[in-house]
Ligand binder design. Structure first.
Ligand code: PMP
Length: 426
């Protein structure tokens, strides 16, 4: 048993009866968490006289032992949120059970999902004429769900393809409607975003689709094309930059995001949709992907990813506490500028292939002039506790993903390491 002297130990306080050992309400327990953690949980019980063994394993390693994780995913979440989730994992507040165990239709989970939605609405200033859905299946499922909900097999739709994810979305849409690529950056290895006037949109298209941030290629839309289709419908996959900066939701018909990366565990999928676009699903649309059915059932038609939604809620709360998305964007810009500047000042030792005006604040791909040193770079960085810097298998090189949860200190450390590595290998 860990002792109370350790900041990460579990401490039994005021010994209780052995009654119903194993039942979570049978003994009073105070969980000691690292200093950065929110309030410890305390479970009280009246009949308490005998010491019992706490069935829980000791808390995991200290927060300060965490490494800097530059992974592109599945999820990179703030330390504060992980610690809070850890403290609430066993028993959520007065419920006596974990969020994972509670009924998704009970009052406790209802309060969790409703708060998550209202905090997200506050963060993104989502207008009332938009519905928010918490679904599952990841953004890949939305590649199909969007055409299945917004158009019929004979309808045409336009895709601007600025990277592999936009390409995957287009290929999936082809199964359900007449999808067309109206601009592709493939010939230039997905390093650009077109000037919007150069894109020949189909006025009869049902929607125009973009991927707001290409996670693999590091290309990010800084503003958005105006859809020229009759309905004026722009659809965006925001999986890898969701909640990283303010977004004018009113410019979009649909925003969807596999909520991992910035806001929760993989699987949770958030859809923000203009309400008048709901209710046009093709007959073959699976019920759990039917926006109308999910909207009518407050995302609870089938069992939602309860724990994932709870985690998203913790992240939204944290982002609001940070001062909202304007403040979050400022931090993200500072980190990204530091890193991109380091490439530009390296006199070609480090190279970023992406056109400067559309470089992502979230995913930063780069290569070494001497490509034979790349494996060494990644290995040495890992020894310095900076991990997951290998580029995506389809493009090679390196990639530093610097989501909301990456502290400035992580980027500063990477930049210092890059300078040192260059000095030793120039
Ligand atoms: N779109 C983008 C931009 C992504 O980064 C990803 C995942 N990395 C996806 C879609 C697919 O998401 P999922 O794996 O959750 O289906």
């Amino acid at each position: 048993m860990a002792t109370a002297a350790s900041p990460h130990s579990l401490m039994l306080k005021t010994p209780s009866t052995a009654a119903a050992a194993g039942a979570r309400t049978a003994f009073p327990v105070t969980t000691r968490l690292p200093a950065t953690a929110p309030k410890p949980i305390s479970i009280k019980c009246a009949a308490a006289t005998t010491k019992v063994q706490d069935p829980r394993p000791p808390a995991p390693a200290a927060a300060q032992e965490r490494i800097f994780n530059f992974a592109a995913g599945p999820a990179v979440l703030p330390e504060k949120v992980l610690l809070k989730a850890q403290s609430e994992l066993y028993v959520w507040r007065e419920s006596g059970m974990s969020v994972m165990e509670m009924s998704h239709r009970g009052k406790d989970f209802t309060s969790i999902i409703q708060k998550a939605e209202s905090d997200l609405r506050a963060l993104l200033e989502i207008p009332p004429e938009y519905a928010v859905l918490f679904l599952q299946g990841g953004a890949t499922t939305q590649f199909a769900a969007v055409p299945l909900n917004l158009c019929h097999p004979d309808d045409s739709v336009d895709y601007i393809v600025t990277g592999s994810w936009g390409d995957k979305a287009f290929k999936e849409a082809q199964k359900y409607c007449k999808a067309k690529v109206v601009w592709s950056g493939k010939a230039e290895k997905y390093t650009k975003i077109p000037s919007f006037e150069d894109v020949q949109q189909d006025p009869d298209a049902k929607f125009l689709h973009i991927c707001a941030n290409e996670t693999i290629h590091g290309v990010e839309f800084k503003d958005y094309p105006v859809p020229k289709n009759k309905g004026g419908i722009l659809v965006a996959d925001m999986s890898s930059n969701f909640c990283s900066k303010p977004v004018d939701v009113s410019k979009f018909g649909v925003i969807y995001a596999g909520a991992q990366k910035n806001v929760g565990p993989s699987g949770v999928t958030i859809v923000i949709i203009r309400k008048d676009l709901i209710g046009n699903a093709q007959g073959i649309t699976p019920v759990m992907l039917d926006y109308k059915i999910q909207a009518e059932n407050a995302s609870l038609y089938n069992t939602p990813p309860c724990y994932g939604i709870y985690m998203c809620g913790l992240v939204f709360e944290d982002l609001l506490e940070q001062g909202g998305l304007k403040e979050v964007e400022k931090k993200n810009k500072k980190k990204a500028e530091l890193l991109y500047r380091a490439f530009d000042e390296s006199k070609g030792f480090y190279r970023c292939p992406v056109e400067p005006s559309v470089r992502s604040l979230m995913n930063v791909p780069f290569t070494l002039e001497k490509s034979e040193l790349e494996a060494e770079f990644i290995k040495e960085a890992a020894k310095e506790k900076m991990v997951q810097l290998k580029g995506h298998r389809s493009v090679g090189g390196m990639r530093a993903s610097i989501y909301n949860a990456m502290p400035l200190a992580g980027v500063e450390k990477l930049v210092a390491f890059m300078r040192d590595f260059q000095a030793r290998h120039a």
